[in-house]
Design a protein around this ligand. Sequence first.
Ligand code: ADP
Ligand code: MG
Length: 327
Amino acid sequence: MPSGDDEIVQALRDADLIGADDPVLEPLTGGVSCDVWRLETPTGPIVVKRPLAQLRVAAEWTAPVERGASEVRWLQRAREVNPDIAPKVLAELGAGHAFAMEFLPDCPVWKDELVAGRVDIDFAAQVGRNIAAVHTATANSDADRNAFSNDEMFRALRVDPFLLYVAEQEAELAPALRALADDLMVRKIALVHGDVSPKNILVRSGSPVFIDAECAVYGDPAFDLAFCTTHLLLKAVWLDDERLQQAAVAMVDSYRAAIDWEAPNELLLRAGRLTGALLLARMEGKSPAPYLTEPDHQNIVRSQARALILDALPIDDLVTQWKRTFA
Ligand SMILES: Nc1ncnc2c1ncn2[C@@H]1O[C@H](COP(=O)(O)OP(=O)(O)O)[C@@H](O)[C@H]1O
Ligand SMILES: [Mg+2]
């Protein structure tokens, strides 16, 4: 057991999740911002997740651990919308905003499926539909707005590292990026997950389950669509795989069909603008895409991203016009 985790073990006991025996905490491969463990309990495997104060990335990047509580609230709210789209939270563990949730067996991470060449277009469409379902259910809701007023967290985890950090390095793009950051902070429309990446979507019998909602905030739903689209388009360049681009198209199409809380065209343009900025952030921000190391790939992404920041396209046009190569 890692040192300093006695508190978690005690909290698990207090929640009646484990018995007298000390559990074996098995680290799950994951991201940079949390400890995530799988452990056996008398009633089956569970996951314990604990946010870190200092993220494991090269650049200095800290974030409040209260985001663990935001994640719990997002998972619970998403399950009210559709119980199939998020794991069940079993207990909040007090200790540093750690929590326990059900472990979903035999559910690969969507990213691994995509990288292995298993690109399921219908799955991508479901991702779009389900993100939109949470947005529809929470749009213009004072209760959700009050429950997820996590602006400072969203600023620290998303706006600063992805938009403003790049603005500091790119004089020509800075005004556009700063305007985008301002707009993102003031738009309060629906409950945003904040980290809809293929790494944070599990594949359960061909349907998506969303995890890792630490960045949840009441904000601009366009962000979720843009964030996931960014990941798919980067991978489409990296692997030069047309199906990854088709997955992005399918996701955007199904999302668009579900927009009923505002004029779709306005959202699609905001999402397109954000996608341009997020694509550049994955080249030049604090969290660069680790797999896009080839200069050619970087140039393909960078040149399109820069053009999109200066002259935005609606995201539905963006995904169809995206170039995976210079050819
Ligand atoms: N409820 C769960 N069931 C099964 N696997 C999970 C579950 N939660 C997390 N995982 C696994 O742990 C990894 C890291 O979890 P995640 O919540 O994404 O944390 P991080 O913030 O470290 O990315 C996921 O990519 C997934 O492989
Ligand atoms: Mg994750």
